[in-house]
Design a protein around this ligand. Structure first.
Ligand code: ASP
Ligand code: MG
Length: 462
């Protein structure tokens, strides 16, 4: 069971989580925790202020971080001795954090390694509090960092990659031993260790990955991701207020959905569960009775109801390269993509017509001007690309459903539904994924387009 930051945002929420874990404690459970609330964001901010030498901020921040964690102890641990013991451990960690931040502020230097070290305090603090709250409820627990639990990564600080074989082996050995003694391991999400024992982080939102890695190592029956939403939804409830939660979907569909921004879990975390066929259940911490969404190995291609979800991806822009001489000019696409890659710009969607006279590319909107500049410098005036145009008022409308690539008529129905509302489609990408179809439309048409696709495919009927 993994609990996200919003599920652990204060002492009363931590109490609730501890009670919840207790209610399931007849099963063998491993608990994975995120940092409390927005603590990781605050730590990031503090590390950057420290790098600029802002010692005043470091002082104020250290008081703040100590206060919120001590308050959480007080509001979740009732036994006096346990409270005192846990608070002491929190104090010791906060002292250490203060010294580290002060060190950074004196040196005015923040390496990726020291940044990861600073960020690790969020989960190290929250796990100790939840551990105390569980002991307070009579459970036997052991609090471990990701590294102590056996998660090993490369030394790519900030976005470390797990070394899976070593991780599987170590986690199995260390965690199974605890479980067989009736102990609940409480493990910090997000943080791990490289081969030299240095603390690394798995990238933002990495606690979900910690959970699925541990589950894969232990061949767990299920992974439960406890969060602040009911599960994966058929559409954004801000656009479709009556949109429902999907009770069950395949890993492939879930991957597309979370990549298209569906709230629930981190896309990377699906992989270990998918490979080892471990079902993932997304559940709402604050409404545990609700069924949630089960993500599992069942690819239910349903010809009568091919589409499962519609999403709108908002922060995008589209660039088009146009020129008759592009026809047959080998390497034009490669040059465009390389130019963008050199600028560190990620390409989200591509299309080129078979006439080869134009290529359209979708990227994040905030890199649009940088991308256009770079492309103009490298590609214009060479007699191949005649014009580079861009649109910054577009959205991507994405439709997800298992195997829609192989079901005739899905694209036609999408395009028809849009055409009936006179919504123009600027770009289409289909077929590269078997499970999704993306079209570019104007921003002003976005919400209506979602509604029409929702109606066309009867997404309200689950
Ligand atoms: N606390 C980390 C973050 O906010 C990891 C996580 O929550 O999954 O990114
Ligand atoms: Mg988080």
């Amino acid at each position: 069971m993994k609990f996200g930051g919003s599920s652990l945002a204060d002492g009363s929420k931590i109490s609730h989580v501890a009670d919840l874990i207790k209610s399931y404690s007849k099963n063998s459970i491993v608990v994975v925790v995120s940092a409390m609330g927005e603590v990781t964001d605050r730590l990031l901010e503090a590390s950057e202020k420290a790098e600029r030498g802002d010692q005043e901020y470091v002082k104020k921040f250290s008081v703040y971080i100590r206060e919120i964690h001590l308050a959480a102890c007080k509001n979740s641990i009732r036994n006096k001795d346990l409270l005192e013991e846990t608070s002491k451990r929190i104090e010791a960690l906060c002292d250490e954090l203060y010294r580290v931040l002060t060190g950074v502020s004196l040196l005015k230097e923040l390496t990726p390694k020291s940044k990861d070290y600073i960020l690790s305090f969020g989960e190290r603090l929250s796990s100790i509090i939840l551990g105390g709250a569980l002991r307070d409820r009579g459970l036997k627990v052991k609090v471990l960092t990701g590294g102590e639990a056996g998660i090993v990564t490369d030394s790519n600080f900030g976005e470390a990659n797990p070394l899976t074989e070593a991780t599987f082996y170590q986690v199995k050995e260390r965690i199974e031993a605890l479980i067989s003694e009736g102990i609940i391991p409480v493990i910090t999400g997000y943080i791990a260790e490289d081969q030299y024992g240095k603390i690394t982080t798995l990238g933002r939102g990495g606690s979900d990955l910690t959970a699925t890695l541990i589950a894969a190592s232990l061949k767990s029956n299920e992974v439960w991701i406890w969060t602040d939403v009911e599960g994966l939804m058929v559409a954004d409830p801000k656009i479709i207020p009556e949109a429902k939660v999907l009770p069950k979907i395949s890993y492939e569909e879930a991957t597309e959905m979370v990549m298209f921004g569906a709230k629930g879990m981190h896309p990377r975390a699906l992989e270990p569960a998918m490979v080892h066929k471990i079902p993932i259940l997304i559940k709402n911490t604050f409404n545990p009775e609700a069924k949630g969404t089960l993500i599992c190995d069942e690819t239910s291609i349903n010809k009568d109801k091919p589409v499962k979800m519609v999403a709108l991806i908002k922060d995008v822009g589209m660039i088009s390269l146009i020129g008759g001489s592009m026809v047959g000019a080998r390497g034009t696409a490669a040059q465009a993509f390389t130019t963008l890659a050199k600028q560190g710009i990620n390409i989200m969607m591509i299309s080129q017509s078979v006439s080869e006279s134009d290529i359209s590319i979708v990227i994040k909107r905030d890199s649009l001007s940088k991308a256009v500049n770079a492309l103009e410098l490298s590609m214009l005036g060479k007699g191949i690309v005649r014009d580079i145009s861009y649109e910054n008022d577009v959205y991507v409308l994405a439709i997800v459903g298992a195997g829609i690539k192989y079901i005739p008529g899905v694209a036609a129905r999408v395009l028809n539904a849009l055409a009936k509302e006179k919504i123009n489609v600027y770009m289409i990408s289909a077929g590269s994924s078997s499970n999704s179809l993306s079209v570019v439309i104007k921003e002003k048409d976005g919400y209506l387009a979602v509604k029409k696709v929702y109606e066309e495919f009867n997404l309200g009927d689950i």
